[in-house]
Design a protein around this ligand. Structure first.
Ligand SMILES: Cc1cc2nc3c(=O)[nH]c(=O)nc-3n(C[C@H](O)[C@H](O)[C@H](O)COP(=O)(O)O)c2cc1C
Length: 181
C-alpha cells in the first residue's frame, strides 16, 4: 500500500465484523508502530492488547465514563489496545529536570505519533481502528493492572471494519499553511 493512499484512506472505524484478530497480526502491527519517532529515541510507548471478552466488557462497562459512543465501539471491536507511555522520560533530562519549557508535553506528543503509526500499519493490514480519548484513566489502570510509572495515553479499538465511512471534511492548505518567505 502506498503511504500517501494509506494516510488519506485510513478512517476511524467504530463498527467491526464479529471476527477475532490473531496475536500474530497484532504483533506485526506493533512491530511497525515501533518505528514511530520518539523523544531521543526513548521509545516509551507500550501496548496492552485486550482480547479477553470479560476484560474488554469491564473496560466498556466501567471505564468509558458512560460515553455510549465509545461503549458501542468497544463492544463491537474484537480487541482494544491500551497505549501506555512511561512517565518522566520524554522531554526530561537524565537528572529528572525538564529539557524544555514545554514540560511534560512531549510524552503525549510521542504517544500521538505512536498511535497514528499503529493505525496506519493496521490499515495497511486491512484492519480498522479508532483512537479513543474519552475514558477514566484510573479505571483503565486498575482493570488492566497498568504498571506504576505509566500513563494510559489512549485506547485504540481494532478489528476488521464493518463500515466504510466517508472522510470527515478537512481544512484546505490555504487555511492550514502560511509562509514566511
Ligand atoms: C486524541 C484523539 C481522541 C479521540 N477520541 C475519540 C473518542 O473518544 N471516540 C471516538 O469515537 N473517536 C475519537 N477520536 C477519533 C476522531 O473523532 C477522528 O479521528 C476524527 O473525527 C477524524 O476522522 P478520521 O479519523 O476518520 O479521519 C479521537 C481522535 C484523536 C486523535
Amino acid at each position: 500500500m502506498e503511504i500517501l493512499d494509506a494516510i488519506k484512506e485510513r478512517r476511524s472505524i467504530r463498527r467491526f465484523k464479529q471476527k477475532s484478530i490473531g496475536k500474530d497480526i497484532i504483533e506485526r502491527i506493533i512491530s511497525y508502530a515501533a518505528y514511530a519517532p520518539s523523544w531521543k529515541n526513548s521509545q516509551t510507548a507500550r501496548y496492552i492488547a485486550v482480547l479477553d471478552p470479560r476484560v474488554k466488557d469491564r473496560l466498556a462497562n466501567e471505564c468509558l465514563m458512560n460515553f455510549q459512543f465509545n461503549v458501542n465501539t468497544v463492544n463491537s471491536a474484537p480487541a482494544v489496545i491500551a497505549l501506555l507511555t512511561q512517565n518522566k522520560r520524554s522531554g526530561f533530562e537524565r537528572d529528572g529536570s525538564f529539557s524544555t519549557g514545554k514540560g511534560e508535553h512531549w510524552q503525549s506528543f510521542d504517544a500521538g505519533i505512536a498511535a497514528q503509526t499503529l493505525c496506519l500499519a493496521a490499515h495497511a493490514h486491512g484492519l480498522g481502528t479508532v483512537i479513543m480519548g474519552i475514558y477514566d484513566e484510573a479505571c483503565v489502570k486498575e482493570v488492566l493492572s497498568v504498571p506504576e510509572g505509566f500513563s494510559v495515553s489512549a485506547l485504540i479499538a481494532i478489528g476488521y471494519p464493518d463500515e466504510a465511512p466517508d472522510a470527515p471534511p478537512r481544512k484546505d492548505s490555504s487555511t492550514l499553511l502560511s509562509y514566511i518567505d
